[in-house]
Structure formats: structure tokens, C-alpha cells
Design a protein around this ligand. Structure first.
Ligand SMILES: Nc1ncnc2c1ncn2[C@@H]1O[C@H](COP(=O)(O)OP(=O)(O)OP(=O)(O)O)[C@@H](O)[C@H]1O
Ligand SMILES: [Zn+2]
Length: 714
């Protein structure tokens, strides 16, 4: 039955919820008539509004929280004699709230405070759930004065026992799960009622039962607190992980490049130890290697050079076309001297953001100086050290180059830092960079000559399996103007071709094939060329070959083919015996004659009406040679030994004189070619027919055909 002592628990706020439970319990556990009376009562009460300025106090404030089981019963009995037996008050009177109260007052001589309390708080909004009412009544409106009593001792004991029990509960399930399970306090209160009813708990045990229930509630509260703590901890851990994640992403090479780009903080390049690259790896650039040898000596033993007070260059500028081995040489210098090698590309310093390029240069030099002796290599120096022109594309280039100049001035020549710069356009460099004290030593790295090309080809051929019949010199002769990188690529392509064809070794055929592919583009085997066009091409190409063969100063023939390749339908290749440093007038005229051979052949064999467009590039070539002979080489009697650079600015007379001379040279060449082809019409026909059968003929085969011998069938 109603018992305050059993519901009030020694904890600050909790007992109030249970107090509601206590108020609620007579209703739910009383007889049917009692509940009827209450429901009617509730019907009436809603019109009644409790005073809004009710003083509110919790049980602790009232001192009731410290009461032991049974003590509150006594207290209530004392204050309200007969209250505990007074259920008939609620059940027998079908009166309004006000009259019920005054009746009570008349009968007992004091106001029924509990009725007031019930009417103002509990039943004011009867449609609300028990749970919400419980939360409303965290505080108990009080109309009577009361004194509380507590002892420190009892309080300590209570706290102890609470924490002990809490600890027990914690091990049962994860705290956040408990938090969820125990959050619904309202339903707990309801459950207590039901439990009391359904379990038929004897009156003697009800106190203990309720105490236990209240303690459970306390644990739930403590667990909720614990859940909040653990959630906070989880959030903190997630935040720390997020920070780590962001840091990790920034360390990622791809993103860090972006990071560097925007901040320029970490721009120095890690040094690379270049032991495995030596001068032995760089072929065909003997002069450059000799010049760099003294730098290697200096890096190995700086004292030897400084004892006599001599100064070595701070900067060395490697000048040469792309792919000729400038980077390789710089690496070889570091490798020979066994010092760290710092690589930086000029374009890395070319930044849109102010100060970034300059700060990178600073970082690079700072690191290098700390690791001297060493080599700093700046590739594409022109992109950082170009002339300091104001350009919207490179707004801060001035700053960067100034920083580079300052850094180069900033260390003594004997500190052991050697800066090697490389460029394809030395003329584009800022003059301040190439004055003595900066890049004051220039080393030219030219395209390799035929000897150099042969060496480079041998070097790379030795890295693959090749047939003994391979003659690197022949390939070298046919690859005039190739750089080291292009020759390396040629050998590699030949190896790939051999692999595709299922061969065990690379032969001359694959090397020739890859040379033509690089020079003229890939073969177009799939192209269907009709017989008529094939025949025209065969006579056209044999025309070139016949002129080359029968002209004294023409280059030796290497090969003739009617296999379409790149934009051409066929071609004849000629090989100089050696790289030509100079060309004679006779050689130039011979080249023009060979070019004319194609068109002359078409005209002689098929007639003027059937000449084709296929000779246009031949004429281009011949015209260029004739023009240079007249305007540059002083090889025209009429115009004399004089150069004419900008023909557009010349007087009309001079212009027409130049034009006439070129015309005469070309016409004479055409006539000479015609004469040769008419003279060797038979050989011309034989060669064309052989080409139609074999598609490609090498130098030896051409010779056999032109000597009138039969070719062995392949
Ligand atoms: N003289 C050479 N001897 C051997 N290999 C060479 C030579 N020249 C070029 N190579 C090959 O070509 C590659 C590219 O050459 P490298 O990068 O040194 O040329 P580069 O002159 O620095 O070109 P760029 O001016 O384009 O930077 C080298 O790694 C090497 O494999
Ligand atoms: Zn031609």
C-alpha cells in the first residue's frame, strides 16, 4: 500500500520519481471502486490549474531523503493521522476538488496537502504519459515546512554501496548498451507497479523490493553518465584518428606534390648516391668527359686544388640537344667522385606563387652545403635561369633567378659544392648566370658522330642478345643526327620486334626495321596498293637509285623499298661513308640529281600526262639545296660570293636574279638526271621489276640487279 518510506531512497533526485510511484500505487493497486472514484476525480481536475508560482523543493531539501525504511511511514502517520488508512477519502465522495478539500479540512482540522499535490501535478493533464509526469515531478511542490536530518556516516556508507554495485553492473554489458536499455525511466516506474501486482509480493517484502528497484535506478543513472563519458572518449579518439589521417594524406607523394606546390616548404631533393653511374656508361662524348674529369678530381680531393690558391669553377653548364647524355654525364661526375647527387629540374622552381621558387632554391642549397662535397644538378636551367623578362606566365621568375644568383655567390669556391646546369638553349640564359663566378665553364655535349654512335650502339647491343652478323657501324652510318637516347631506343625497338617475331636473337633486319620506323614512321602493311600504283612507285624509286648509283659524287645506296611507311609509298636510302662535316658543290649537285630521278623516271616511262604528285617532296629537297647554294654558299657565278639572308627585303632585281639562278640549277639537274636514266633504261627497268617482286632490296642486291645478274629467290 502507500508507503512513503519504501519509495523514498537516499539519493538526491531519484526519490522524487519514486514518490510519484508511491502516489500512483494506491490508484493502481486499490479496489475497483477506488479507481472509479479516481477516474471521476481526474475528470474534474483538469479545469483546476495549480498556482504557477508554487515553491518547489526536492525530497532532499525536505530532509526526507535520509529517512530509513519505515521512518517515513511513521512521519506521515504522525503528520496525517489515518492517512494511510484513508483510501475511503478518495473513493466515497463524488464531489469537486474544492469541496473534497474543504470536507477533509472540516473533518481533520487541516488541509489535505497530498490531495492538493495530486490535483495540481499528477492529474492536471491526465492524458500525459506516466513518464512525462515523472519528469515533471523531479521536484516536489511543498506547502508544509519540514526539517531534514542527515548523518555524514550514513551518507558515506550509501555512496560506497552505490559505487560497489555500479562496478558489478559494469561488467555485465557494454556501458553504452546499458545506457540505452536503462534510459527509459518512466517505463521502469510503470514496471514496478506491474511487478508488485503480478509477482504478488508480500507486504513485508515490498519495502525491500522497492529499495532494490530504486538502487537499480541509480545504477542506470550512473551508467548513463558512464555512457556519455565513453561517447566523449570515442569522439576524441575519432578526432585524433582523423588528424592522423589528414597528416598521412599530406605525406602521400601525390598529394605532397600539391602541398609543396602551394607552400614550397619542402622542396629540397633527397640526394642520390651515384656509385653505379660512371664515365664508362657515357659513350661517344669523349671531349666532354675529359673536361669533366678535372671536376671529379676536385670533388675527390678539394685540398689538392686549393693549396696553390687556384679556384675551380662553381658552376658547369652542359650545353647540347636533348637526349645527348647531359644528365647521364652529371650523374657520372657524382658517381666517379662518390659524392651525393642532388637533382632538380628548372621547371620545379618555376612557380606561380610568390617566393615559392626562391624558397626551393634556398632549401636545395642549404641541404647541399650541409652535405658537401656534392653535386647539384639543375636540368632545364633555361626555365629557371632564363632572361629576366616580365611575363604574366612567370610572374616570379625574377625572384627565383635572383635567389639562384645569390646562392651561387653565397658559397666559397672551395666549399666542395659543384653546380652542374644543363640546357638546350644556352642563348636563352640570363647573362648574369654565365658570367665568371657562376656558370663559368661551358661543356658542349653534341650529337654523337658515326664513331660515337657505333660505340653507343655496341654498348646497348651488349645488353641484349644479338646475332654475330650484326654490324653496328652500318646502323651508325644510317643514323646521322641520332642522339644517344634515340640510339638506345632503336636497339630496344629491334629487341621488341625480334621478340614479337619469335626470334631468338636480334639481327640486322630488326635493327634496320626499327631505324626506318624511327625515321619514317611505322610500316603500313595493311594498306592495299593496286598494281598500277605499285608499278609507278617501283619505277620512281628505281629512278632515284639509278641516279645515285651512276653519279660519282652521290652517297652510296643503302636500300630501296616500295613498302609504304609513314607518309611515303616507298623510299631509297643513301648512306654517307662518314659523317660529312662539309659538302662540296659536286656533292650538292649530286643530291639534287638524285632527288630529280623520281619524277624523271615517271615521265620517261609513263609519259608527261601520267606524272604523279609523289615527287613534291623530292622537289622541295632539290629546291632547298639550290637556294642555299645561291644565297648562302656563294656557289652561283652570277650572284657572286655573297649571302642573302632575308630575300624579302632585297631589291626586285636581286630577287629575280636569285630566282633565275635557282631555276637554272634545278633545270640543269633535271636534264642530267634525264640523261642518266635514258642511258641506263635497261638497268632502270630491271631494278623496278626486282622491286615489284621483292619489295625491298639492300645495297648488295641492288648491285647484283644493276650488274645484270639474277637475284636468288628469297
Ligand atoms: N652518350 C650516351 N651514352 C650512353 N647513353 C646515352 C648517351 N646519351 C644518352 N643516353 C641514354 O639516353 C638517356 C637520356 O639521356 P639524358 O637524360 O642524359 O639526356 P639529356 O641530354 O640530359 O636530355 P635532356 O636535355 O632532354 O634532359 C640516358 O639515360 C641514356 O640511357
Ligand atoms: Zn621520290
Amino acid at each position: 500500500m502507500f508507503s512513503l518510506s519504501s519509495t523514498v531512497q537516499p539519493q538526491v533526485t531519484v526519490p522524487l520519481s519514486h514518490l510519484i510511484n508511491a502516489f500512483h500505487s494506491p490508484k493502481s493497486t486499490s479496489s475497483v471502486s477506488a479507481s472509479v472514484s479516481q477516474s471521476q476525480h481526474r475528470d474534474v481536475v483538469p479545469e483546476h490549474e495549480a498556482p504557477s508560482n508554487e515553491p518547489v523543493l526536492n525530497l532532499r531539501d525536505l530532509g526526507l531523503s535520509e529517512l530509513k525504511i519505515g521512518q517515513i511511514d511513521q512521519l506521515v502517520d504522525h503528520l496525517l493521522p489515518g492517512f494511510c488508512k484513508g483510501k475511503n477519502i478518495f473513493s466515497h465522495w463524488h464531489t469537486s476538488h474544492v469541496s473534497a478539500q474543504s470536507f477533509f479540512e472540516n473533518k481533520y482540522g487541516y488541509i489535505d496537502v497530498f490531495n492538493t499535490l495530486r490535483s495540481s501535478c499528477l492529474y492536471r493533464q491526465h492524458s500525459r504519459t506516466l513518464k512525462s509526469i515523472c519528469s515533471d515531478l523531479q521536484y516536489w511542490p511543498v506547502f508544509i515546512q519540514s526539517r531534514g536530518f542527515k548523518t555524514l556516516k550514513s551518507r558515506t556508507r550509501r555512496l560506497q554501496s552505490t559505487s560497489e554495485r555500479l562496478a558489478e553492473t559494469q561488467y555485465i554489458a557494454p556501458s553504452f548498451v546499458k545506457g540505452f536499455l536503462l534510459r527509459d525511466r518512466g517505463s521502469d516506474v510503470e514496471t514496478l507497479d506491474k511487478l508488485m501486482k503480478t509477482k504478488n509480493i508480500p507486504e513485508a517484502h515490498q519495502d525491500a523490493f522497492k529499495t532494490g528497484f530504486a538502487e537499480g535506478f541509480l545504477k542506470a543513472q550512473a551508467l548513463t553518465q558512464k555512457t556519455n563519458d565513453s561517447l566523449r572518449r570515442t569522439r576524441l579518439i575519432l578526432f585524433v584518428l582523423l588528424l592522423f589521417g589528414i597528416y598521412g594524406l599530406l605525406k602521400n607523394p601525390f598529394l605532397s606534390v600539391r602541398f609543396r606546390t602551394t607552400t614550397g616548404l619542402d622542396s629540397a631533393v633527397d640526394p642520390v648516391q651515384m656509385k653505379n653511374v660512371t664515365f664508362e656508361h657515357v659513350k661517344g662524348v669523349e671531349e666532354a668527359k675529359q673536361e669533366l674529369q678535372e671536376v671529379v678530381e676536385f670533388l675527390k680531393n678539394p685540398q689538392k686544388f686549393t693549396v696553390l690558391g687556384g679556384k675551380l669553377p662553381k658552376g658547369i653548364l652542359l650545353v647540347g640537344p636533348p637526349g645527348t647524355g647531359k644528365t647521364l654525364l652529371a650523374r657520372a661526375v657524382a658517381g666517379e667522385a662518390d659524392v651525393p647527387f642532388y637533382y632538380a629540374s628548372g621547371s620545379e622552381f618555376d612557380e606561380m606563387f610568390v617566393g615559392v621558387g626562391a624558397s626551393r632554391i634556398r632549401n636545395l642549397f642549404r641541404e647541399a652545403k650541409a652535405n658537401a662535397p656534392c653535386v647539384i644538378f639543375i636540368d632545364e636551367l633555361d626555365s629557371v635561369g632564363g632572361k629576366r623578362i616580365e611575363s604574366p606566365m612567370h610572374p616570379y621568375s625574377r625572384q627565383t633567378i635572383n635567389q639562384l644568383l645569390a646562392e651561387m655567390d653565397g658559397f666559397k669556391p672551395n666549399e666542395g659544392v659543384i653546380i652542374i646546369g644543363a640546357t638546350n638553349f644556352p642563348e636563352a640564359l640570363d647573362n648574369a648566370l654565365i658570367r665568371p663566378g657562376r656558370f663559368d665553364m661551358q661543356v658542349t655535349v653534341p650529337r654523337p658522330d658515326v664513331k660515337g654512335r657505333t660505340e653507343i650502339l655496341k654498348w646497348y647491343l651488349n645488353k641484349i642478345k644479338f646475332d654475330q652478323s650484326v654490324d653496328p657501324e652500318i646502323i651508325a652510318r644510317g643514323t646521322v643526327g641520332f642522339s644517344g637516347a634515340e640510339l638506345e631506343n632503336l636497339v630496344n625497338q629491334a629487341a621488341l620486334k625480334a621478340a614479337v617475331d619469335g626470334k631468338e636473337m636480334v639481327t640486322m633486319k630488326e635493327l634496320e626495321f626499327s631505324k626506318d620506323k624511327i625515321l619514317m614512321g611505322p610500316e603500313r602493311r595493311s594498306v592495299e596498293i593496286d598494281n598500277k600504283n605499285k608499278t609507278i612507285t617501283a619505277y620512281h624509286e628505281s629512278g632515284h637509285a639509278i641516279i645515285a648509283y651512276y653519279t660519282k659524287d652521290a652517297m652510296p645506296i643503302n636500300k630501296a623499298t616500295i613498302m609504304p611507311r609513314g607518309p611515303t609509298l616507298g623510299h631509297v636510302s643513301l648512306l654517307p661513308e662518314n659523317d660529312r662535316w662539309n659538302e662540296t658543290r659536286a656533292q650538292l649537285l649530286a643530291q639534287m640529281d638524285v632527288s630529280m630521278g623520281g619524277r624523271v623516271a615517271e615521265e620517261l616511262i609513263f609519259g608527261t600526262d601520267h606524272i604523279t604528285t609523289g615527287a613534291s617532296s623530292d622537289f622541295d629537297n632539290a629546291t632547298k639545296i639550290a637556294k642555299r647554294m645561291v644565297t648562302k654558299f656563294g656557289m652561283s657565278e652570277k650572284l657572286g660570293v655573297m649571302t642573302y639572308s632575308d630575300t624579302g627585303k632585297l631589291s626586285p632585281e636581286t630577287q629575280s636574279a636569285i630566282e633565275q639562278e635557282i631555276r637554272i640549277l634545278l633545270r640543269d639537274s633535271y636534264e642530267r638526271a634525264k640523261h642518266i636514266l635514258k642511258t641506263h633504261a635497261k638497268e632502270h627497268k630491271n631494278l623496278a621489276e626486282a622491286l615489284l617482286i621483292y619489295e625491298t632490296l639492300d645495297a648488295k642486291e641492288i648491285q647484283i640487279v644493276l650488274e645484270g645478274k639474277k637475284l636468288e629467290l628469297r
